[in-house]
Design a protein around this ligand. Structure first.
Ligand code: DAH
Length: 337
């Protein structure tokens, strides 16, 4: 019996070692460990042993069971592991290029505009997207009956006035409230730009979106003149669009500046949407009423402000014909920038 046990151990271990795959190993299991397998059948024979023989045979039988089970389990876990077929793998092939991400075209445009103003000494400022009427309108010298304050034009979040006297909450319709927040927190001189999202209840089409971006600018100091405003704007647009760019100022109205202008630009020999001049920004000399609101001396403080639409500039820089492309989230569009 002892030698039979030794023999079957060798046999089983060899069988396990030579199994090439999971199916072959399963064959081994059935043949040796299964209900009619050779190992159980051999152990059956122990019943007929004499009392004297039993302890030695029993001990060896246990050793054999342990060693073959261990070897079987090890082999099984090895064969079950998924394996690559390296014979089909050409290590000399070039690697797969990874797609590198890039900034969104609106982000890139904001960065371009910002870097030009930074070189002129402007600092970055920002304010909340969820504003209050006071900052978005009243403090900017915009009267209660101004059409922009209509619920048809501005997204009001709640019809309740807040107890702080700053009116209802709304999604800011312009970045100009940042002017107020900055001036309330700081004495002149002030030289800031403030890029950010704005919201209006427009009918969305190729050139209008419910959410868009503006770049606000504010410069306050002693003796700031219209010449400073013109010089700054001209320099900026030439830096952004090229040295041949021409800029013109058309009188306009904004409640928070006086006088106010719209800025058009043109590039020699180029028609934009069939026209030579394209409107690109609003600007003006800060209205003394605004200075009074933020606690500046309206007789001493002078300054200019401007605001431009980022999407419009991006559309021009990159030749994008529809503003909706920017928010469609189509990778085929975004991957071009
Ligand atoms: N906030 C104005 C708008 O959304 C743009 C603007 C005009 C901003 C003149 C200014 C400014 O700072 O001085 O239409």
């Amino acid at each position: 019996m002892l030698s039979e046990l030794e023999n079957i151990r060798t046999e089983i271990l060899t069988a396990i070692d030579s199994a090439q795959n999971a199916a072959a190993l399963e064959e081994v299991r059935i043949q040796y460990f299964g209900r009619n397998g050779s190992l159980p059948r051999l152990l059956e024979g122990m019943k007929n042993l004499s009392k004297e023989e039993r302890p030695a045979v029993g001990k060896l039988a246990n050793e054999v069971k342990t060693s073959v089970t261990e070897r079987f389990d090890t082999k099984k876990s090895l064969l079950d592991k998924p394996r690559r077929d390296y014979s089909a793998f050409d290590v000399t092939l070039p690697g797969r290029p990874r797609n590198l991400g890039a900034g969104h075209p609106i982000t890139q445009t904001i960065e371009r505009i910002t870097s030009i103003f930074k070189r002129m000494g402007f600092a970055l400022a920002d304010g909340p997207d969820i504003e209050q009427e006071f900052f978005n309108f009243d403090a900017l010298n915009t009267p209660a009956d101004h059409p922009a304050r209509n619920e048809q034009d501005t997204f009001f979040i709640d019809s309740q006035e807040t107890p702080d006297g700053h009116g209802r909450f709304l999604l800011r319709s312009q970045t100009s409230p940042v002017q107020i927040r900055v001036m309330r927190g700081q004495k002149p001189p002030v030289r800031i730009i403030a890029p950010g999202a704005c919201f209006r209840r427009d009918n969305p089409d190729a050139t209008h979106a419910l959410m868009f971006h503006q770049m606000e600018g504010l410069y306050v100091d002693e003796n700031v003149s219209l010449a400073d405003l013109k010089g700054t704007m001209e320099l900026f647009f030439r830096e952004l669009l090229g040295p041949d760019t021409k800029v013109r100022f058309r009188p306009h109205f904004f409640p928070f500046t006086e006088p106010s202008f719209e800025i058009d630009f043109s590039q020699p020999g180029k028609l934009i949407r069939g026209r030579e001049w394209l409107e690109i920004a609003g600007c003006g000399m800060v209205n003394p009423n605004v200075f009074a609101q933020v606690g500046y001396d309206p007789d001493a403080a002078t300054g200019f402000a401007f605001g431009m639409g980022v999407e419009r500039i991006a559309m021009m820089l990159y030749g994008v014909s529809d503003i909706r492309h920017f928010t469609d989230n189509d990778v085929r569009f975004l991957a071009q920038f």
